[in-house]
Ligand binder design. Structure first.
Ligand code: ZN
Length: 301
């Protein structure tokens, strides 16, 4: 890490009052190592702060050998790129979050920030533009134009750099699909924290878009997500934590971190009725196909 790397706890998670903030214990390790393709290590959450490097050690101990660290604004995108340059277990994604774009637009700063994202996207260990996309849950009608404009520019940045796109899609499935079709999706496009049903999974299958499943697929009230997973083409599925959010069962509500990914992967294997090792091998291969190798030497070759 360099001197200008901001301290962890750059962001603080605000949760529901009364949440149990103790960290869940380590799960049983996975039989084949794989990756958490979407996490936010800069967040402070829980009674004991887990430093980013400590979080990566803990993840590696249970078979999560690497992560994609995801930025949501300029500060966290820069930090993600720095962490990826400093630690071989990290690749970075950089973007302005869809709920951030309208605020930046209102302040007249959107295009300057997008240029900086474009500059960061060219760094060798930045392997995705994300998270970008559309969020009609938190952003109202008045913010939509700026959100769509920012999404389109992020798509172009991913294509110009030949890297993946990580999409945040909240209550906006149709418009996300329409935008991708209109602008032309990058070759590797990922629906992060896939929140669609079997119908959206079939659309992703047709286009060859990746579906990344988070802790939400373990929730009791999410049978539609498990149906979507069952429909998804095996070579298009990925797994993520979106930590510190969306902690998988049996720890829903507690602080999340990449070391908890095995809970989601085990539930995915159950849903698909696949041997765990077979699913892990598939997920690791899919993830490397999307983001390239984590190994600095292999990537340089
Ligand atoms: Zn996220």
């Amino acid at each position: 890490m360099t001197a200008e790397t901001p301290a962890p706890g750059l962001r603080k998670r605000t949760g529901a009052p009364g949440r149990d903030l103790t960290r869940p214990e380590l799960p049983e390790p996975l039989p084949v190592p794989l990756y958490d393709n979407h996490t936010h290590l800069e967040f402070e959450d829980g009674v004991d702060q887990l430093e980013p490097l400590e979080s990566l050690d803990r993840a590696a101990a249970v078979g999560v050998r690497g992560v994609v660290q995801v930025g949501t604004d300029l500060e966290t995108s820069r930090w993600s790129a720095q962490l990826a340059a400093a630690d071989p277990r990290v690749l970075a994604a950089v973007a302005l979050h869809p709920n951030e774009a309208p605020r930046l637009f209102a302040r007249g700063e959107l295009s300057a920030h997008l240029s900086e994202i474009s500059r960061l996207a060219a760094e060798p260990r930045v392997r995705a533009v994300g998270e970008t996309g559309l969020d009609f849950f938190r952003t109202g009608e008045d913010g939509r134009e700026a959100q769509i404009e920012a999404f389109e520019t992020h798509i172009e940045i991913a294509k110009a750099n030949g890297i993946a796109l990580q999409i945040h899609d909240r209550d906006a499935h149709e418009e996300v699909v329409a935008t991708l079709t209109r602008v032309g999706a990058p070759e590797r496009t990922v629906f992060h924290c896939f929140s669609g049903d079997a119908r959206l999974a079939r659309i992703c299958n047709e286009h060859g878009w990746y579906m990344s499943f988070a802790g939400t697929m373990t929730f009791k009230n999410a049978p539609a997500l498990r149906e979507a997973l069952a429909v998804a083409r095996p070579e298009l599925i990925l797994a993520e934590t979106d930590a510190p959010f969306l902690t998988p069962e049996p720890w829903r509500g507690r602080p999340n971190a990449p070391y908890l990914l095995p809970h989601t992967v085990r539930r995915m294997a159950e849903t698909l009725d696949l041997p765990l090792a077979e699913l892990c091998t598939q997920l690791a291969a899919n993830t490397e196909r999307v983001y390239g190798s984590w190994d600095p030497e292999e990537a340089a070759a």
